[in-house]
Each structure stands twice: as C-alpha cells, then as structure tokens.
Design a protein around this ligand. Structure first.
Ligand SMILES: Cc1ncc(COP(=O)(O)O)c(C=O)c1O
Length: 396
C-alpha cells in the first residue's frame, strides 16, 4: 500500500531522467528513430511511474492476482474515475454509467460505427490528433472539417464555420478538449456554442478529455457533458489515467455515458468485440485516482516550467512561432516562415536531420502542413538538448 511519506522529491524525480536510462528503457518513443536521435514525438512522458502507481503494480504481483478480475460488485475504475471527476473537475457522474475500455480509441471507433452509417459526416476541428482522421475514414465515414482559427490567435473554435459546413448527413462531433495538438482548453462560451448546435442538429458528441488533468494555471477544464442534462444525454466522454500518469502501455480507459439510453445502445455491440479490462490497468488507475494527486501537482509544476522554456527557446528560432499551450505537454510549432525562407519542404525532416524526432504537423490535417508538434514531457537536461539541436537545425 502506498503511503504519502514514500513520495520522492519531485525535482529529483523528474530531473533524474537521463538519456542512458531512456535509451535502455525500450518502447516506441525511444526506439523508432534509433540511437542518434532525441525523441520528442509520441505522447508518452519520459518519467518513471508515479509512486502510488508503482506500489499498486507491485502489490498485484505480491498477491499473485494475475487472473480474471472481479469487478461486478464494486468496479474500482468506475468509482475511482467518478470520485476523481468530482474532486478535480467538480463534475458529478453516476458510476453505473461508466465502463472500462481497453483504451480511448477503441470506444471512439465503436461509437462512430454505432451512431452513423457509411457516407455520414463526422466533424473534426482541425488540426487534430491523427487517429481521429483514420477512425473516420477507415470506417467509410466522411470527415467534415471545421478548422480552428489561426494558432497565432490561440486556435479558437469557429462555430459559424461549423454551422455552415455541416448538413443533414452530419451525425457526430469528435471533440478533443483539452485539444491535441494546440493545447487549447476550450472556454465555456465555446463549448456552449458547440453544445447548442449539437442539440439543435441532433449530433452525438464524443468528447475525448484524456488531457484534462494536464492543464496550467489560469484555465479550468469544463467537461462537455457537465454543461447540462440535455447536453449530457448526447455525449459520451472518453478519458483515462494513462496520459496523466504515463501508463499508456497498461491499456485502460473509461467511457462515461451521459444517459442510460446511450449506454444501453453501446451494449448492443457484441461483448467480445470490445475486450476486457487488464488487471494492471485497473489497479494502477484506481491507485492513481485515489493517491496520485500530490505527484500530479508536482508533475504539472514541472511541465509548466518546461513549457515556458520551450516558448522562450522557440522565440529565438528564426521563422518558428508558437503560442504557449494552456494544457498538455505538447507544443504546436508553426514553421511556415522558416520553410518559406529556406526553401525546405518539411520542418519534420529538417529537425530529424538535426537529430530531433517530432510529429509532422501534416498528419494532423492539411491545415497542419508546415507545423511540427514537440513533446516537452522530459527532464530539463533532455529538453535542453532537444531545444539546442533544434536551434542548430534552424538556418539563420
Ligand atoms: C487526444 C488523444 N486521444 C487519445 C489518445 C490515445 O489514447 P489511447 O492510447 O487510450 O487510445 C491520445 C494519445 O496521445 C490522445 O492524445
């Protein structure tokens, strides 16, 4: 059982991450681009598991309980998330409307297929997380693109544009809040505007709120379904502990249904298509939501300082611009001026040649061409090495 007194000094904890450890660790982030490249791409953090998460996993092994979990009488995931949502976001949810899923993308895909027909439209507010695009097109649905306003203005929602671009075949909105890749935390006014349209036009809203815990001072996360009963009744919220606590490999997320009808419809999907929860994910998530707040506060403070370091370093890179993200450990860098000046075709390739792997903005929609996404969830020393290489890769 984790005790608060076991907690490690956060500065030592986060600062302790070094390149030798990361390269030895394995995993997609540090394997894909080989030993000479610094990895600042996929949305995994470089930090080791938080003490309560580590303790929960150790406890499962000590008990030797790696068989089927028994979750029917008291589901620690549903209750753990409901308690967390009440404490962190002031959002009251009924645990009986929360189910465990193997990740966020699986229910997202299932919901698209359940609530639309081939050829129907699904709204994306672009640029947006690449798997959203493939989840729609892979199911034979049509992306209805609604671009956020220019990042220099902070990438706001364009609700007039949304009203104009949708039609009778538009069925679903995939909302990402906080938003990946721009790091926006949408305001109540923006969310209410979207909700008004969804109610008026009878859309289902799939609200991916996986980044909700990683927000910086000055903003507040407003769960979309908390806007009112009429909004909740057409919303399925997807969330997880896996971004917040850096345990995506444990494969666990939650779907919160805004009404019993929405849940009942989901349960018409043949059960074995959906899979079941992994015991390590269940125990780690429950422990994170129960005991992880102190570690999370320290993490956000550390990421906040990293964010400011990124903004300062990018300001000195000629032709690269960014707006400080309000949430997430992802910075969205506009390199179009750099590309125009140098004649380089791709910022992603330019930085990769300079020894840093980022995400190519073009993967987030055509509006992302000329951008890259930088993951700054690492130690100061690794981040400084990344920023140094990027600065050297930018011709002046
Ligand atoms: C917005 C968003 N949704 C979903 C995911 C993936 O979550 P999962 O691995 O639980 O499917 C990510 C991962 O980066 C993400 O940024």
């Amino acid at each position: 059982m984790y005790e608060q007194r076991d907690a490690i000094d956060p500065t030592t904890w986060f600062d302790s991450v070094d390149l030798a450890t990361l390269r030895a660790r394995g995993g997609a982030k540090w394997s894909k681009y080989g030993p000479d490249v610094l990895a600042a791409w996929v949305a995994d953090m470089d930090f080791p598991p938080a003490p309560p998460v580590r303790a929960a996993i150790d406890a499962v092994l000590e008990r030797g309980q790696l068989g089927y979990p028994w979750l029917l009488e008291h589901d620690p995931v549903a209750h753990g998330f409901a308690d967390w949502a009440a404490r962190r976001y002031g959002w009251t949810i009924d645990p009986s409307l929360v189910i465990s899923t193997i990740d966020v993308l699986q229910p997202l895909q299932a919901l698209i297929q359940l609530h639309s027909e081939p050829g129907d439209g699904v709204v994306l507010q672009t640029p947006i997380y690449p798997p959203f695009h493939t989840a729609i097109t892979g199911a034979g649905r049509v992306i209805v693109e609604n671009r956020l306003t220019a990042p220099a203005d902070g990438a706001a929602m364009d609700l007039e544009g949304l009203a104009a671009v949708t039609d009778a075949r538009t069925r679903i909105v995939l909302l990402c809040n906080p938003h990946n890749p721009t790091g926006r935390v949408f305001t109540r006014t923006e969310l209410q505007g979207l909700a008004d349209l969804a109610v008026e036009r009878n859309w289902l809203v799939i609200s991916d709120e996986i980044h909700a815990d990683l927000i910086y001072p000055g903003t507040t996360h407003i769960p979309f379904a908390s806007l009112g009963p009429e909004v909740a009744a057409r919303t399925v919220t997807l969330s997880a502990s896996t971004k917040t606590f850096n345990i995506a490999g444990l494969r666990l997320a939650v779907a919160v249904f805004g009404s019993a009808e929405l849940l009942a419809r989901y349960q018409t999907i043949p059960r074995f298509l959906l899979g079941g929860a992994n015991i390590m994910g269940v125990e780690a998530s429950a422990a994170a939501w129960r005991d992880g707040e102190a570690w999370l506060e320290a993490l956000v403070a550390y990421l906040h300082a990293n964010r400011d370091r990124v903004v300062e370093a990018v300001a000195a890179m000629p032709g690269v611009h960014t707006v400080a993200p309000e949430a997430t450990y992802l910075a969205w860098l506009d390199c179009r001026e750099l590309l125009a000046r140098t004649g380089e075709p791709s910022a992603f390739e330019l930085f990769l040649r300079g020894g840093v792997a980022l995400n190519d903005g073009a993967d987030f929609g055509t509006v992302g061409e000329g951008f890259v996404r930088l993951n700054f969830a690492t130690s100061r020393s690794v981040l400084d090495a990344v920023l140094e290489r990027m600065a050297q890769a930018c011709p002046s």
